[in-house]
Design a protein around this ligand. Sequence first.
Ligand code: SF4
Length: 318
Amino acid sequence: MNVCFAKVLGKAERENVTDVAVQENMLDSLVKFATELDGLPMNVLIAKEVVTKLLNLKKLIQRRAKMITITTGEITLSPTQINMFMRCQYQWYLRYVEGLKIPPKPDMVVGSSFHKAMERNFQNKMETQEDLPVDEVLDVYSETFEERLEEVEDKPEDKILGELKDSGYKITKEYRENKAPEIQPLEVETYIEAHIGEGVKLHGYADIITTDLKVIDLKTVKRKPQNNQIDYGYQLQLETYAIHNDLKGAEIHYAIQTKNPQILVLSHPLPATNQRIKTIAKQVAEAIRSGNFLPNGLGHSWACNYCGYKEKGLCPYS
Ligand code: SF4
């Protein structure tokens, strides 16, 4: 088979090889071509090697394209991204440059199902001023739990899974019966964004903004926060929401999955200016633009132990 790869390419592609998008198209054509070669007995080994090399090259180009976008365009950061970056820059790189997603853990399924149930309740309440019946809220929790469980790769045994689902069920019931009636939502799952200068945009979704202009974020946790203080990462989250809104207060509602479920409300005094979150976000953006991602999770006592990339063998440092 005496075919030159270049002939597979169009003229425009051959002339614009410096353009990243063109390079990607070009590689797609070459991979297709080489895959076809794979079917021919004389060329099997060579074709397989060519396909592997081309696919590796494609990944390199995609990574480069992502870095070009990051370093030349506006950087959009959420509080989750900022917290991840501060925990471990290399973890952020794997997630947002390499695009590697780690499937959720069963605990996260409890959290997102609780959120979904409350979102449905408060969306209804915005219209009717009434909470949904408890059974209806619990049905949303159970249905969402079963749906999201599909995404979990390593499921625990049925008994443990049952206990986990039950703990989320109890906390959802507790919140709906004893906390939700006090809350009158103005907005639910509000998208917030703010261009803060130096090519940085902050964005995020606020769980609930109340009619008295308080932002509430819901968290499911296994135990009470230390010293009854809002974790630093959650403080930044609340301060991000406060950038865009004329908010009068900010609270984290901890739904604590202890044997007897508890709800703990902690307030965060919003700073008079938004300087802290803006400064941190700009510094994170500057570090990202340097293109040098340190594995600083290694410097924490716990970060690597809870890192999905370590578990999957995707971090070369751990
Ligand atoms: S294993 Fe540790 S060093 Fe590696 S990405 Fe995760 S947190 Fe960072």
